[in-house]
Design a protein around this ligand. Structure first.
Ligand code: NAD
Length: 296
């Protein structure tokens, strides 16, 4: 029998499935619940236990990890008689790894504390590849003691793991992350269209750009998406639209101006309105191509 903490995992999507599998590989017992049957079967095939409900997944858990799309889903799985707070044991630790508004994290921590349940917010960066390779950056908000308890588990999921401050701080840092990533993708997309219209060998150009100051993790990870026009997600435009809303709103609240971020937020919204919300965020290239006269 494993003496490691028992893990409940809620939300086995593009990120959650490979992350839960990395915990199984590290020896943790994982019981999961998610909305898609095939994802539950995938967890069971990897050695985990598929639960029939949130209540069943969390009732014996020491640590409950959640990885769902946005604030409404975090609230749906946390509150109400079928939610985590009603069904987890006192003393359990919730590690919410979804990217949501900082205020949702602050409220969840306060509501959970009334039940003796601890919470940290621990959103991630690194994409699907980072999840599979267990090299995510994990930005944490909450109490030091809870961070210390979660750290061995987080070390099976990521490489750079930092406590950024009190509840909600992880989400604030994640919002800044999404601002930087979106602006970076937009700059890369503009460079790709410029290079192609100029008749330069794009593959050679991106190789040499990647070795200089223009190089970035975004360019390295998204280069093949640009070259092959492969926009299978990855990270969906729908989710980046949500994140641009979070960062724009949070920045307004503290009086920070984000002029370039605001423009890129509009480009992401426009791409989504044109029906590309299900594509990877590297599909910002399509928006630039359309602006430059292409029929894509
Ligand atoms: P996804 O849509 O692939 O997966 C979300 C999962 O949540 C689904 O499996 C769904 O069944 C589950 N879910 C939703 N509502 C539920 C409910 N009520 N009960 C149980 N399960 C429920 O999304 P994803 O790409 O894995 O992203 C998850 C989070 O991670 C988002 O907040 C996203 O912004 C963030 N994120 C994603 C990436 C990425 O590259 N995909 C990278 C970093 C962060």
């Amino acid at each position: 029998m494993s003496t490691l903490p028992k893990i409940a995992w809620i939300g086995l999507g593009i990120m959650g499935s490979p992350m839960a599998e990395n915990l199984l590989k590290a020896g943790y017992p994982v019981t999961g619940f998610t909305l898609e049957q095939d994802k539950l079967e995938r967890l069971a095939a990897a050695g985990g236990t598929a639960a029939g409900s949130i209540a069943e997944a969390v009732k014996d858990a020491d640590v409950i990890i959640t990885m769902v799309p946005a604030s409404p889903q975090v609230e749906a799985i946390s509150y109400g008689e079928n939610g985590i707070l009603e069904n987890a044991r006192s003393g359990a630790l919730i590690v919410d790894m979804s990217s949501i508004t900082p205020q949702t994290s602050i409220d969840l921590a306060a509501n959970a504390a009334e039940k003796g349940i601890r919470v940290i917010d621990a959103p991630v960066s690194g994409g699907e590849a980072g999840a599979i390779e267990a090299v995510l950056s994990i930005m944490v908000g909450g109490e030091q003691a809870d961070f210390d308890d979660a750290l061995p588990i987080l070390e099976a999921l990521g490489k750079t793991i930092v406590l950024c401050g009190p509840h909600g701080s992880g989400q604030t840092v994640k919002a800044a992350n999404q601002l930087i990533v979106a602006v970076n993708i937009q700059a890369c997309a503009e460079a790709v269209v410029f290079l192609e219209k100029s008749g330069v060998n794009l593959s050679a150009a991106l190789d040499v750009l990647g070795g200089g100051l223009a190089g970035s993790t975004v360019l390295a990870r998204k280069k093949d998406n640009f070259l092959n026009r492969d926009f299978k997600p990855g990270f969906r435009i729908d989710l980046h639209h949500k994140d641009m809303g979070i960062v724009t709103d949070a920045a307004r609240n503290v009086g920070a101006a984000l002029p370039v971020g605001a423009v890129v937020a509009q480009l992401v919204a426009s791409l989504r309105a044109q029906g590309d919300g299900g594509l990877d965020h590297s599909a910002l290239l399509r928006a630039v191509e359309r602006l430059s006269g292409a029929q894509v």
